[in-house]
Ligand binder design. Sequence first.
Ligand code: GLY
Length: 325
Amino acid sequence: MYIERFVLRKPGIAVHGGAGEWSLDSEGEKRVSKRLREALEAGFSILVGGGSAIDAVTEAVSVLEDSGIFNAGSGSALNSAGYGELDAGVMYGPTMFSGAVAAVRVKNPVRLARAVMERTSHVILCCDGAETFAKVLGLGLEAFKPGEEQVRRYRDLISRIDGEGIPPYVRANREIMKRILETGIHGTVGAVAIDSEGRLAAATSTGGIWLKLPGRVGDTPIPGAGFYADREIACSATGVGEAIMTLSLCRSIALVSRFMGSVSSAITYSFEELENLPRFKGYAHAGVIVLTKNSDLYMAFNTKGMARGYISTDQGSPFTALNKL
Ligand code: GLY
């Protein structure tokens, strides 16, 4: 597990675009960095204008969803039946209110998650009910439509697993997941922010895992698993959702930090637990960004790389990276 620590000056914001291989040529790296910077700048301009951390993370994640180059929003993975089912969650530290949507077919699920948090008494809405909720509120959210690249990738994956004449979705999807993970295409997106009042927030959004079974829900819309924020800490996670949700990775990091008094020890401990889960042995790939009330930022992953970046008050321009420093 690789971990970095940066000391920010509030207000500040950090984002990630997924943990994985990120073995891109220099043009590809530039494209990813540009999108990360755009998301950071969108969130940071809200913070410097006196806006709240929850507005900043919602906006930053929405920009990443619109970029089409991460596995979220427009760039979402397709399930085994060839359509997208997107997940997202947001949480506001001071109130610990959270909202999430699962298996929805809208282009910006993070905005819908925010509406669940603010306009309902629920925490998670899924599927048709979540989409009806969006319509009833007149949120005007565009439907998710896969692009040509996603359709091409879907066809390619399907052609490689359909050798024995049985529908791919009845195959052992654990094997499929392993093969897909080897191609390093995780690209869930997320953000954590601290505003000038010291309020923390987190948001995460994803298309999930390629060729997942229709109806599969990952860690991303589960509070405490794919995202978490309280008065002390905010966390957004990326990686193999089934492993992350088994341990409530973000909440685990928050709790262990409180009891050990060290965020980096808590991250190390939680990743060790994750990697030792027998069911996911060898492929419990994950990454997290964690921000504390003291503006300490930790970025950690057990993959080759993680697209990530941050900006805070004492910086002229955003920092971004894909691989280990
Ligand atoms: N972490 C994203 C997912 O597994 O759905």
